[in-house]
Design a protein around this ligand. Structure first.
Ligand code: GDC
Length: 335
């Protein structure tokens, strides 16, 4: 475990970073945290971390200001969301390249020792994800390059930028390709939410209202989803490993969206909802699944939390948030 280090977390107000900081603080690290969102929109609050900056890290001067005397950097920042956001905001998504690039330049200037980049399964070649059930994507399947348009290209390009900063300037880099991370303290409404949170919210609404659920696509598309606690453990193990190429951080419990809805219906205790399939909504790739052989081999790590158990925790959390918020949008809408 990383202990007593000075760590900068960029994108600290976001979902994964919030959980990461909590763990890093537990281990006695000293956190500097930045996010473009004002503090009231940060997903989690940390009483014990003192250095918070609401700042735009696309600007290199801001990157320079926060990298003084820092041992390690976790770049968890990007303008992103689920399919509903990334398919309709490609230019916004691609501008996150400025965060990673300027931050790497600042890290090089300030002599930061190690740098973590949060990449995504969206970096994988789309043509390898055209069937409903695909074999798990291995790290090499990102090439030949044909990633998700916009967001995926930014991730793939930024992975390579990290690699070249390591080769040319000696900064140690670690790169995770996250496969649809979900759990409490994530976005569940407002347009950026991913399928697990969106479908928990929709089942809750259907239960209160008309027993109907709107599903994007035909529901047969598949994914693997990873619970946040497993994600944090995998992330920290990767950070401490000596492996500098991208590594999948995902589960191998591949389910269709229809199967995930059934799991959430069971959690909520209602009978089968009427499905309204919306074929014109953003669907992304037809089938995606994570091959985790590399993570098992080099990190001695595999996911532990089954989808139904992770969804139960997520559903219960969203349910309590929805009760608090009433009909207002939550502060978790800003990503
Ligand atoms: O949004 P997402 O979780 O992103 O969608 C998964 C599938 O669920 C899509 O096919 C989508 O059409 C379907 N779906 C059905 N109903 C709904 O109400 C809904 N809301 C949403 N959001 N989806 C619904 C994600 C990226 C992330 C990240 C991960 C990495 O792609 O959006 O930014 O990088 O991938 O794995 P997904 O899995 O396509």
């Amino acid at each position: 475990m990383i202990k007593n280090k000075k760590i900068l977390v960029v994108g600290a107000g976001g979902f994964i970073a919030g959980h990461l900081i909590k763990e890093l603080i537990k281990n006695g690290n000293f956190i500097t945290a930045t996010d473009i969102k004002p503090k009231e929109y940060w997903f989690q609050d940390f009483d014990t971390a003192k250095n918070f900056y609401s700042t735009d890290m696309k600007d290199i001067d801001n990157c320079r200001k926060v990298t003084d005397n820092i041992d390690y950097v976790f770049n968890m920042a990007c303008n992103m969301g689920g399919m509903g956001f990334i398919e309709n905001n490609k230019a916004e998504c691609m501008q996150s390249v400025l965060i990673n690039t300027n931050l790497l330049i600042a890290c090089k200037e300030k002599g930061v020792k190690k740098y973590f980049f949060s990449s995504s399964a969206c970096a994988y070649n789309k043509k390898k994800q055209e069937d409903v059930f695909i074999k798990g994507l291995k790290e090499d399947d990102a090439y030949p390059a044909d990633p998700e348009d916009g967001y995926g290209w930014e991730k793939l390009f930024s992975e390579r930028m990290c690699r070249h900063f390591m080769e040319d300037y000696g900064i140690q880099v670690r790169i995770a390709r996250y496969h649809n991370i979900y759990g409490p303290y994530g976005t569940y409404d407002g347009g950026r939410e991913k399928a697990p949170a969106a479908l928990c919210r929709k089942v809750l609404n259907a239960k209160k209202n008309n027993n109907k659920i709107e599903v994007w696509g035909d529901g047969m598309q598949t994914r693997t989803f990873l619970y946040i606690d497993d994600c944090i453990e995998g992330t920290l193990r990767l950070f401490e490993s000596d492996y500098s190429d991208p590594v999948n951080i995902g589960s191998d419990e591949q389910v269709s969206i229809n199967q995930m809805i059934e799991i959430i219906e069971n959690i909520s205790g209602i009978k089968k909802l009427e499905r309204i399939y919306q074929l014109d909504k953003p669907k992304g790739v037809r089938g995606r699944s994570s091959n985790n052989d590399l993570a098992k081999k080099i990190l001695k790590w595999s996911y532990k939390i089954k989808l139904k158990n992770g969804l139960k925790k997520t559903y219960d959390w969203i349910s309590s948030e929805v009760n608090k918020q009433g009909s207002n949008l939550s502060r978790f809408t800003k990503s």
